[in-house]
Write a protein that binds this ligand. Structure first.
Ligand code: PLP
Length: 396
């Protein structure tokens, strides 16, 4: 007998992966240029030059060293560089001991959830739309994902609903801003209100309620948008950061968890998160890329391509008649499905080799996620197809 839960997880793909695999298959038949794959969040811009330069230069160094195991928590020199970056950019008094290098945000979030979970009753709150894998990560670590409907008029945090959903079992709120898939960024004012609610509820129930801030899109914001740094807003914040999107390194699996010293039980949280990593056999984050990050920690992404793509797709779809949620950040458009039937629209679009993800995957039926981290030509050539699809799906 093998573990049925793992068998099920490994035998099925997420809706997003399903579409992504279909796109690969179709590309082999009709040619990659004739497949309009808006399904996945793979950055379409190359890593900044400083990153490729750092990789090249590191490859000339002692291979035993650069490819060797590091300490489980990560190289001290890398954690020092990150701590100093966090101090410079966000003003926090981060120390290398507060940072754990991880295999991306997915590992960081999973390790943190596992470290916080003590029993089946433990609850993690998340507002829709949310990163679909949370519904795998939380139960797999023994907790319960409690989902909250968004405020559809703004996609801002639905604070009254969050307050109502908090129980004595609430361990943490999972927050992802800029959000995948809506692109929404929570403002300082909203986060202050959330912090006040969590502090009040923590006092009422006699234990801390954490915010687990999942931040792979922190630097991907457009215009004058401020992305508040959670540890400056709420003491019990745990930051799960990733370089997957900001430095276009998703396949290299590199990120970190930062536990501010202000967090309750911080001195136990860090070893507990390390314990999770050990229990799951992570060993250490990729050695070469820890060194790359040490050398490129202050490098910012060039947002020109995503900015252009965002305008082209958003303006193009609105001109056709689609209702678009205006994104502050990330590289996704969240679009109201014609006739409110996202699954039907996605299926119809698939027949035309246009791949868009139904919002059901993010706990938000009736919407579609369209990734614009694609080539500009893909958007240009897909717009007439989106127009035909709109006509077809709204025809009487
Ligand atoms: N969290 C969110 C909200 C994401 O959108 C993603 C990836 O798309 C991840 C986590 C996983 O990122 P990583 O590649 O850093 O594990």
């Amino acid at each position: 007998m093998i573990n049925p839960d793992m068998l099920k997880l490994g035998s099925t793909r997420s809706g997003i992966r399903e579409l992504f695999e279909f796109a690969q298959q179709r590309a082999r038949i009709v040619g990659a240029d004739n497949v309009f794959d808006f399904s996945i969040g793979n950055p379409s811009v190359a890593s900044p030059l400083a990153v490729t330069d750092a990789i090249r230069s590191l490859l000339t160094e002692d291979p035993v060293l650069i490819h060797g195991y590091t300490s489980a928590q990560g190289l001290l020199s890398t954690r020092k560089a990150i701590a100093s970056h966090l101090h410079k950019v966000h003003g926090v008094q981060a120390a290398p001991e507060d940072i754990i290098m991880t295999c991306g945000a997915a590992a960081g979030v999973t390790m943190t959830i596992r470290a916080l979970t003590t029993g089946r009753d433990d609850e993690f709150l998340v507002q829709a739309p949310y990163f679909a894998e949370y519904s795998v990560f939380v139960p797999a670590q023994g907790g319960r994902l409690v989902t909250i409907a968004p405020d559809f008029s703004t996609f801002d945090l639905n604070l009254p609903a969050i307050e109502q959903a908090i129980t004595k079992n609430t361990k943490a709120v999972l927050l992802n801003s800029p959000n995948n898939p809506s692109g929404h960024v929570s403002t300082r004012g909203t986060l202050d209100k959330l912090a006040a609610i969590l502090s009040r509820k923590a006092d009422e129930f006699g234990h801390p309620i954490f915010i687990v801030s999942d931040e792979p899109y922190r630097e991907l914001v457009y215009g004058d948008i401020d992305v508040p740094y959670l540890p400056n807003v709420y003491a019990n914040s745990i930051v799960c950061y990733s370089y997957s999107k900001s430095l276009s390194l998703p396949g290299e699996r590199i990120g970190y968890v930062y536990v501010p010293q202000s967090a309750a039980m911080a001195n136990q949280l860090v070893p507990a998160i390390l314990g999770s990593a050990r229990a799951m056999g992570y060993v250490c984050a990729p050695s070469l890329f820890q060194r790359v990050i040490e050398r490129t920690v202050d490098v910012l992404p060039d947002l020109a391509t995503y900015t252009e793509n965002r305008a082209l797709l958003s303006d193009g779809l609105k001109a056709i008649g689609y209702e678009v949620v205006e994104p502050d950040g990330a590289f996704y458009l969240f679009v109201k499905a014609p006739n409110d039937d996202a699954a039907a629209f996605s299926a119809l679009a698939k027949q035309d080799d246009v791949l868009v993800v139904p919002g059901d995957a993010f706990g938000c039926p009736g919407y579609l996620r369209i990734s614009y981290c694609v080539k500009r030509a893909t958007i240009e050539r897909a717009l007439p197809r989106f127009a035909r699809l709109f006509e077809k799906s709204t025809a009487p």
